[in-house]
Design a protein around this ligand. Structure first.
Ligand code: FES
Length: 226
């Protein structure tokens, strides 16, 4: 059992569509853990601690080579899935030691999001694909300078309700039906991934964007001065 049981859950760290197979690396955070998010060429999601085991350079500065991630500094290459170092360019004939391995977290795609499990123990079942209602559109990820409890309290005050079968909170912003996925990114910083039944480019979607900014302003105004 982890000291912090809230890390033994799935955290919605990024929108799935942000990560292209065998292509880009996206920075992420969950519970203060800095992450490098990427996909191998077969599309499998990867969530790694954002530090190369060699000299701690951020993996997000590197690049993806099909099913490997190459560090920007000395070019050491690490395998998708295991995180094992498979090649050290300065010593091409050497088999990298087994203990040179990126720290790898469990990652899954569900409901249009990439979810990460941070705890060492076996993860719980992943969120269901209908955690966000099928056919709904992504609006935006709202960053809020507040802890996730303040965000949840503000959504609760606006009538958002939890769903027993889903990590999403359901309600309305600007009278637009909205599903909110709250991420505890780090101390004093939360993200709200907003999904809606409004179609992209419509007046309803614009109204939701305006309401979301209003929500952020309201939450941040209530935070104690630093
Ligand atoms: S710091 Fe990453 S290969 Fe050296």
């Amino acid at each position: 059992m982890s000291a912090d049981s809230s890390i033994s859950t799935w955290h919605p760290v990024a929108r799935s569509a942000e990560l292209r197979p065998g292509a880009n690396i996206v920075a992420g955070f969950a519970k203060g853990q800095e992450l490098a998010l990427w996909r191998s060429a077969d599309g499998a999601p990867q969530a790694w601690e954002n530090r190369c085991p060699h000299r701690s350079v951020r993996f997000t500065l590197g690049h993806v080579m099909k099913d490997r991630l190459s560090c920007a500094y000395h070019g050491w290459q690490y395998a998708a899935g295991s995180g094992q170092c498979t090649r050290i360019p300065a010593h091409p004939d050497m088999q990298p030691p087994r203990n040179v391995c990126a720290k790898v977290f469990s990652a899954v795609d569900a409901a249009g999001m990439l979810w990460v499990h941070l705890a060492a123990e076996e993860p719980p079942p992943p969120p269901r694909d209908d955690a966000v209602p099928p056919g709904w559109s992504f609006c935006r990820t709202l960053s809020v300078r507040a802890d996730s409890a303040s965000v949840r309290n503000a959504l609760d005050a606006r009538g958002f309700m939890p769903d027993a079968a889903s990590p999403a909170l359901h309600g309305a912003l600007g009278h637009i039906a909205t599903a909110a996925l709250v991420l505890d990114a780090q101390a004093g910083l939360a993200f709200i991934h907003l999904w809606t039944d409004a179609a992209p480019g419509t007046e309803a979607m614009k109204a939701l964007h305006v309401a979301a900014r209003g929500l952020r302003g309201e939450i941040e105004a209530r935070q104690p001065a630093a």
